[in-house]
Design a protein around this ligand. Structure first.
Ligand code: FE2
Ligand code: FE2
Length: 270
């Protein structure tokens, strides 16, 4: 039986720096949460003060996006750079889901809400490790190249706005992942890199769920506050997201995840 609350577990993950250690702890805490749920003795949610920024390893060096070197996808170096960028996104996603749990733990939510985000955090941990395995097989590793510094910005911008967080992180950023992943899978198929194709397919399949959790709980909160979901979504994304949304959109997967076209098309214009 765990003596930690869920919020404390989240802070433990957020304050662990090493990627493999962070994701191992994330998986362990998720297993503890679900075992307790299955036994009918759910772990207390509790409250916690998560750090404004999560602990991260010394490497990769974090650079402004325009300073991260671009490489051609037709080369092994280019494909390693893509995988490295994906690993960075996945590690960030582990922290984003645990941060959502800890930072807004004072908002009363049904247990199913916590089930969803613990599951999502556990899946991100698996995604990070799958991609690290691919990098290591190619003779590289997470930390071997520079990575984007701006990844945590959405979390900081929405640190005091629960609905803003759901709108920007799962419903904009993770939905963007659904748009770009099929093209990435094609690059690795062309290179006959089956291990990377398989890893990206796992990610692609599970990310639909994360976007769907975002949409589900965003709509839930709109209902609680008697607000119009589409209007609130547009207002929050314009407030917290520093860019317009860029087509082409994966309309099929977005629909599957509960995000209709009238949510995102108007945001292609400022
Ligand atoms: Fe992921
Ligand atoms: Fe995700």
């Amino acid at each position: 039986m765990s003596t930690l609350t869920l919020a404390q577990m989240a802070v433990e993950v957020l304050t662990t720096a090493d990627g493999r250690e962070k994701t191992a702890l994330s998986h362990k805490h998720a297993a503890t949460w679900f075992a307790a749920r299955k036994a009918g003795t759910p772990i207390e949610i509790g409250t916690a003060s998560p750090p404004l920024q999560p602990a991260r390893p010394e490497k990769p060096e974090l650079l402004s996006p325009r300073d991260v070197p671009r490489r051609k996808p037709g080369t092994p170096e280019g494909r390693m750079a893509i995988l490295h960028a994906v690993a960075h996104i996945e590690l960030n996603a582990v922290d984003l889901h645990w941060d959502l749990i800890a930072r807004f733990s004072d908002v009363a939510m049904p247990l199913g809400y916590f089930d969803d985000w613990v599951k999502a955090a556990d899946e991100e941990s698996k995604h990070f490790n799958l991609i690290c395995d691919c990098l290591e097989r190619m003779g590289s590793h997470y930390g071997a190249m520079a990575a984007h510094a701006g990844m945590w910005r959405a979390a900081e911008d929405t640190a005091t706005d629960h609905m803003g967080r759901l709108a920007v992180v799962p419903m904009v950023l993770e939905a963007r992942g659904l748009d770009v992943t099929p093209g990435m899978i094609e690059i690795f198929k062309k290179a006959k890199d089956n291990q990377s194709v398989e890893a990206l397919n796992v990610i692609y399949g599970e990310e639909v769920g994360h976007v769907a959790y975002g949409s589900k709980w965003f709509h839930f909160l709109c209902g609680r506050h008697e607000q119009d979901p589409k209007e609130v979504f547009h207002a929050l994304v314009r407030k917290y997201f520093h860019s317009t949304l860029k087509p082409p959109f994966n309309e099929e997967k977005r629909a599957e995840a509960g995000i209709p076209p009238d949510f995102y098309w108007p945001l292609t214009e400022s």
